[in-house]
Structures are given as structure tokens and as C-alpha cells.
Design a protein around this ligand. Structure first.
Ligand code: FEO
Ligand code: CA
Ligand code: CA
Ligand code: CA
Length: 596
């Protein structure tokens, strides 16, 4: 138990020290439970996981690979029951199959991988005397994979850009892939960001000549990027045979877990980019009260931050009618991209400045669409959003990951995870919001936004890295009293208004973890590490509630070093087992409030 009486509520736990254990380490006085692992049954009748005998049919009924975002949505009329909604972002075939040959999957392996992608809706029973979450294998559960149908909304729906031989109308798209982070809407649905979709398409070289080749290049397509090689077995993943299929990924997806029969949505009005996530803020008062703002980042080096401001207003309540109305909100509105005025000279301490949102696309409440980019149609802006944003004068950022508004203050927090190419090899140099060359540790940006408007102020809350180094900044707080943090990825808020940050790729030599950060008062910028994940894993999907913390442990045992041919981890099953990505719940031994 920490003895520091000045710690803010929610941060009163014994900080976990940096370590390289092959275990998930929580503070003294807390316990943990694996809720569900890769391969565990999700649908009724699903077989138990059998690592040595995997089939696409089994995987499509089981929990997928590399869980990223997680959310808990209450089940109507069932106290202590929740839908655990969870992304399964990507597959690492070498970790999944004993006999995998690099970039040469067998058809069985490729189809298992397709089924291991997507989204899981899993009903869970919350423990009453503890923080546990127990899967309920019943009719409410759902697996969405690379083959599940989605309905497209917004200006791209029905356009020439998304028509294929299997879907000549360009409205029903098959599958969701590369689902990184996400968000929960106030109307009880899940949002999920399709991120690195360029890793799934072969034969980009075959699409020669402008503008198609230019468009593919702007999104990073190429034979080096296609490490899954699904196009060997399914023609839609071969750009030479189905050039528009790639235009059908890279969107924000919306899933209504309350209706297991509902067709989930892909919202093209939020643009096509490598969406980390989307998070909703509803304007609470004034003339814009009820207007919905969705923030989203494009996670790649030198990409942009976007927001969408709805044309419709949210309807209150969780009735089926309200939910139907609200699921049209992300189809109609204005998409903007951000530029940041630079502090001169760039500094890591107390940097602050102003910024502007630039219009890219508007869809009115009557459905009519307008492009704000000369020479591009509304559908083109929706599908080739990066090219539109290039022309709008947006600021090139250090990999925008999760971005989310604090529900208590409305201030928006964005994790800029790192950018090792900043300022070298002819790339853009530093500016106020991106103040370091070869940025290995990332920073946390705080935006004070006129949510429905076009102007904002910004601040750097954290410039991450070794607290002893001169080029780091912890909100002005005493750097000898913080937990070192590196490579922020996901952000969330606890019931006290503290920011929580999970990390991916800790460049300080220790395992990744989950941190609480004070935002206000004398402790602003103080970080405290709540948990660390096993070797090779990133921490993601954090949910922080009164009595429970939930995290996703993604890619345990994975190494960036190609010469390492054995997994770095045997978590969670131990012994000599293959590591398995999993969702973990953490609570206090006495079931008391977290961090109090
Ligand atoms: Fe999938 Fe941006 O991390
Ligand atoms: Ca991420
Ligand atoms: Ca988040
Ligand atoms: Ca990441």
C-alpha cells in the first residue's frame, strides 16, 4: 500500500517496477484472472482449442488471435451481465502453426488465419463478490471474421470505387480485418478501427499507372507488405484480379451487440485510413448540445489526426428506436483533419500552441454529400482520405494512436506512439507537437477542443522516455517520482478522471505496461505503473472501472528479431506451451475500489 498521502484517488496502489518477467505483474493486494484466450470456445458447440489440429471451422467459433481493443457493454435487463466486445487484430502465423513456412501458408493455415481475425462479442457474467468475468457460451455470442458481411454507409457506399465482381452494388462488404483499437458509443454499440489493411493484398505491382498506383502507394500496398498471402487462395485479396477489394477496408466499423442478427456497419464518412480507433464525445450543452464528435488517428509515421462532427443529434436512451436512429449518426456529418501551429523553437517542456480543423467532406442530414477538396468527389475523399488530407495542409504527426476525450473535462488526449524517422533521411523535421528527431518513446498530446468547432489549443502532457534524460517531460512533475513510460498506444479514463495509458514497444528495455497519470492539480504528469504484461506482449484494450481493470495481452512471446525462432513467452499456460493472446481481469483482493 503506498504511503504517499498526496496521490490522487484512483492512483493509490503500489506502482509495479519495470521488469522483464514472463508473467502479468499486478500491484500487491491485487489478483488476476484470464477471462478468455486465443482458441477458447465462443459459440455454442465450439470445440475446445487443439493447437496441433486447428481448422478454419473450429477457429470461426473460437476466440481469435491477438486481441487488441476490449469494451464492456451492459446486457439489457440482466444485471451483472455484459457483452465483452473485443478486436482480434492480426495473426502471427509463425506463432500459430508449428510447420509454418514464411509467407507460404498452406490453404488450411490461411483460412484459419482469416477466421482468427475480426471481432468477438462474448457475454460474460461479472462476479458479485470479486472482479472476475466468466464467459457465458450462449446465443448472444458472435464471431465476426474476414468473411462476415458488413453494410457500408456514407459517400463511398454504392460508388464505383468499392464495386467488385462479388458485390456489383458496392454495398455489402465481406469481412473486417486489422481491427486495432476502438471505442464504445453512448448508444451501446462498439466502434472498431481497421488499421493495417495493406498487409493482406498481393500483386500491387500489377496495378500500374496513375491514379490507381499512386493511391495504392499512398496506403503502403506492395508485395513486401503482404505477409499473410491470402490472395493465394482467395481471389479478392489479389489486386490484379479484384482491384477494388482493397478500397473496402480501412474504415471505422460499428457493431450492435444487442442484436446478434444485425448486419454491422462500415462508415465511409469517417474516411479510409489506418484507423487506430474512434471515440465519441457528445457536446453536453449550448446550441450544439447532442452533436456527436468522433476522434480518430491514422497510425503511421507522418500521418494525421481527424475528427468527424455529426449532422444529426444523438437521441437519448437505449430503446431499440433510439439505437436505430443513433446508428445513422456516423453516416452523416463533416470530416476534418488537424493542423498544429508550431511552438518555436520546438521544446519538450511545457510546449503549447493553437490548431485548426480543416474540412474534407460533409454529408448533410438529408444524405447529400459535398467534397471540400478541389478535384475530388465525395466518394474519392471518403476512400482516398489520405490524399485529400495531404491537400488540406494537415500536420504530419508521430504516429497517432488512440485519441479520446476525458468525459469529465472534455479535453482530448492522443497517444503519439513514436516516430523513428522524424528528422532523418529527408523526412519532416521537428515541430511543436512532434519535438524530437528519431522519436523512439512517443508523447501524449492534450487538446482543448471547441468540439463542434474548428479551433483548438494544445499542450504536451508527457514527452515519454527515460525520466533521467533531458529530452523527457512528465507534465512538469518531479521526474524522480514517476514510473518510466515509453511508446503510449491506448488511452482510457478511470471513474476519478485520471488518464490511463497502455504501451506497445517499450523502448526502455522492460516489458510493456499499463499506467495511470494524474491530469490536474499538483500531481499533473505523475505516472504510476499499474501492471506489466509478459515478455514480447503489448498491453492494450484497457478498461478501468470502479472495481475492475481489464487488459488485453497481445502477441505474448513475439520478437522483432527474426533470428529468434522460439517464443519469448509461455504465458498464460506455462511449461513449454505456445503463448496465447488473452484478456485478463484484475481486481483488489478485498474487492475494494481500484486505486483507493
Ligand atoms: Fe495496431 Fe496502432 O496499433
Ligand atoms: Ca494500437
Ligand atoms: Ca481508448
Ligand atoms: Ca501500436
Amino acid at each position: 500500500t503506498p504511503t504517499d498521502p498526496g496521490l490522487p484517488p484512483g492512483m493509490r496502489f503500489g506502482a509495479v517496477a519495470p521488469n522483464t518477467e514472463d508473467a502479468l505483474i499486478v500491484p500487491d493486494g491485487y489478483r488476476q484472472q484470464v477471462v478468455i484466450r486465443w482458441g477458447d470456445p465462443v459459440l455454442p458447440g465450439a470445440p475446445e482449442f487443439d493447437f496441433e489440429n486447428q481448422t478454419p471451422q473450429a477457429q470461426a467459433q473460437q476466440f481469435g488471435f491477438n486481441n487488441d481493443f476490449a469494451g464492456l457493454i451492459p446486457v439489457d435487463g440482466a444485471p451483472d451481465r455484459f457483452y465483452l466486445v473485443c478486436n482480434q487484430e492480426y495473426t502471427t502465423e509463425a506463432m500459430m502453426f508449428r510447420d509454418y513456412r514464411e509467407k507460404k501458408p498452406t490453404e488450411r493455415q490461411a483460412r484459419v488465419a482469416m477466421a482468427a481475425h475480426g471481432i468477438t462479442v462474448l457475454e460474460v457474467q461479472a462476479g458479485t463478490g470479486d472482479g472476475s468475468l466468466t464467459p457465458v457460451i450462449g446465443r448472444r455470442n458472435r464471431r465476426l471474421t474476414a468473411a462476415s458481411p458488413f453494410r457500408m454507409t456514407g459517400p463511398a457506399a454504392g460508388s464505383d470505387l468499392v464495386r467488385t465482381s462479388a458485390d456489383p452494388d458496392g454495398r455489402i462488404l465481406l469481412g473486417t480485418i486489422a481491427n486495432c483499437s476502438g471505442g464504445i458509443t453512448p448508444w451501446g454499440t462498439m466502434l472498431s478501427g481497421e488499421e493495417n489493411f495493406h498487409n493482406y493484398f498481393m500483386n500491387a505491382r500489377a496495378v500500374a499507372g496513375s491514379p490507381a498506383a499512386e493511391r495504392l502507394a499512398r496506403y503502403g500496398f506492395g508485395d513486401d507488405a503482404d505477409y499473410h498471402r491470402w490472395g493465394l487462395y482467395e481471389s479478392r485479396f489479389d489486386l490484379a484480379r479484384e482491384p477494388n477489394e482493397a478500397n473496402r477496408f480501412g474504415y471505422i466499423v460499428e457493431v450492435d451487440p444487442h442484436d446478434p442478427e444485425s448486419v454491422p456497419l462500415k462508415h465511409s464518412a469517417l474516411g479510409r485510413l489506418k484507423h487506430e480507433s474512434a471515440n465519441i464525445y457528445v457536446v453536453p450543452d449550448g446550441v450544439d448540445a447532442g452533436t456527436v464528435v468522433a476522434y480518430t488517428g491514422d497510425d503511421e509515421r507522418f500521418e494525421y489526426i481527424y475528427k468527424f462532427v455529426s449532422s444529426r443529434k444523438m437521441r437519448d436512451g437505449l430503446s431499440p428506436q433510439a439505437r436505430r436512429h443513433n446508428q445513422r449518426i456516423l453516416a452523416e456529418g463533416t470530416l476534418y483533419v488537424a493542423s498544429f501551429a508550431s511552438a518555436e523553437p520546438p521544446t519538450v517542456t511545457g510546449a503549447t500552441g493553437s490548431g485548426r480543423w480543416h474540412k474534407l467532406l460533409t454529408v448533410d442530414a438529408d444524405g447529400s454529400a459535398t467534397s471540400h477538396i478541389a478535384g475530388m468527389t465525395p466518394a474519392e475523399v471518403a476512400v482516398f482520405t489520405r490524399l485529400a488530407a495531404d491537400r488540406a495542409g494537415a500536420t504530419k504527426m508521430d504516429r497517432p494512436e488512440d485519441i479520446e476525450a476525458n468525459p469529465f473535462t472534455g479535453k482530448v488526449y492522443c497517444a503519439l506512439t513514436n516516430n523513428d524517422a522524424r528528422g532523418i533521411d529527408g523526412n519532416p523535421g521537428t515541430d511543436g507537437v512532434n519535438p524530437r528527431t528519431e522519436n523512439k518513446n512517443g508523447q501524449i498530446l492534450e487538446i482543448t477542443d471547441a468540439h463542434a468547432g474548428t479551433d483548438f489549443r494544445w499542450d504536451l502532457l508527457l514527452v515519454c522516455g527515460d525520466p533521467a534524460a533531458a529530452d523527457t517531460y512528465y507534465g512538469g512533475y518531479d521526474k524522480t517520482r514517476v514510473s518510466p513510460i515509453s511508446c503510449p498506444d491506448n488511452v482510457a479514463f478511470d471513474p476519478h478522471g485520471n488518464l490511463w495509458i497502455s504501451t506497445d514497444g517499450n523502448a526502455l528495455g522492460s516489458n510493456d505496461g499499463l499506467f495511470a497519470v494524474a491530469l490536474d492539480g499538483p500531481r499533473r504528469g505523475q505516472t504510476r505503473q499499474f501492471l506489466t504484461v509478459p515478455r514480447g506482449a503489448e498491453t492494450c484494450g484497457p478498461i478501468i472501472t470502479d472495481r475492475r481493470v481489464v487488459v488485453c495481452v497481445q502477441h505474448p512471446g513475439e520478437s522483432d528479431d527474426a533470428t529468434v525462432d522460439r517464443p519469448l513467452s509461455h504465458w498464460p499456460d506455462g511449461g513449454r506451451s505456445q503463448p496465447r493472446p488473452a484478456v485478463v481481469a484484475v481486481w483488489r483482493n478485498d474487492n475494494g475500489p481500484v486505486g483507493m
